[in-house]
Write a protein that binds this ligand. Structure first.
Ligand SMILES: C[S@@+](CC[C@H](N)C(=O)[O-])C[C@H]1O[C@@H](n2cnc3c(N)ncnc32)[C@H](O)[C@@H]1O
Length: 231
């Protein structure tokens, strides 16, 4: 079984997601208590996803996040590195356009999207700064970036509770429901090693996005960052 390390080599990350693809949605629903639909709706609203808007969902996985954008009326495109995850997306959401691509080098016309979203994907990408710049390149001037990602809640009580959940409960659930429990050790480790929300905000700004802001969801276990492409 393949599991990625915190250096996040693209080939390892892709192989790991290929291996968990079939059971990914089931495991995710158990781990996060069915909160994903609400997070997807928040992301779609923050991206202003609606009729007439073209939205690229980077690291779309099995397409659940892309489907939330399409449900809001946008013309949403799912893009991911893992052919296994995209295969599941094709079966679950046959109407969604899917593109196999690496976030470090997106194969889309410059400035061609009204918004670019990435949910629970940025943390898995080797060169976060390069991916943020690449997402900016394919967004039109004035268009929007939305990053939805796990975080250790900034308040001490929620932070301690979520850290304990990651360390002790996630491995137990993963052992019971996942085909590759090791991949979920990576999940827990990568969340704990991830940037704080202000630090991620700085990185998004450094990549060239403007008016960067963020807010917590689910007690701070998830944060939604929003940025605007310069006009
Ligand atoms: C945790 S899943 C998130 C899927 C989906 N966005 C969701 O909210 O359920 C992370 C996804 O990131 C993808 N990924 C990781 N590195 C990537 C890269 N460099 N380029 C494109 N996708 C990548 C993986 O293949 C995986 O499908």
């Amino acid at each position: 079984m393949v599991r990625a390390n915190l250096d996040k080599q693209t080939s390892q990350v892709s192989a790991m997601f290929d291996q968990v693809a079939d059971g990914y949605d089931r495991t995710r629903a158990r781990l996060w208590w069915g909160r994903m639909d609400a997070w997807g709706r928040e992301m779609a609203a923050a991206a202003n996803a609606g009729p007439g808007r073209r939205v690229l969902d980077v690291a779309a996985g099995t397409g659940t996040s892309t489907a939330a954008l399409a449900a809001a009326g946008a013309q949403a495109v799912a893009c991911d590195l893992s052919l296994g995850m995209l295969g599941v997306a094709g079966r679950r959401h046959p109407d969604l356009p899917r593109v196999a691509a690496d976030a470090h080098a997106l194969p889309f016309a410059r400035g061609s999207f009204d918004a670019v979203t990435i949910s629970f994907g940025l943390r898995n990408i080797g060169d976060v700064a390069a991916a943020l710049r690449e997402m900016l390149a394919v967004t039109r001037p004035g268009g929007r970036l939305v990053v939805c990602e796990f975080s250790i809640p900034p308040t001490p009580l929620n932070g301690a509770l979520f850290t304990a959940y990651l360390r002790h409960v996630v491995p137990l659930i993963a052992r019971r429901v996942s085909s590759n429990p090791d991949a979920y050790r990576y999940l827990a480790e990568s969340i704990q090693a991830w940037h704080t929300p202000p630090r991620l905000g700085e990185q998004i700004t450094a990549a060239g996005w403007e008016r960067v802001a963020w807010r917590p969801l689910t007690g701070g276990a998830v944060h939604l960052h929003v940025g605007t492409a310069p006009r």
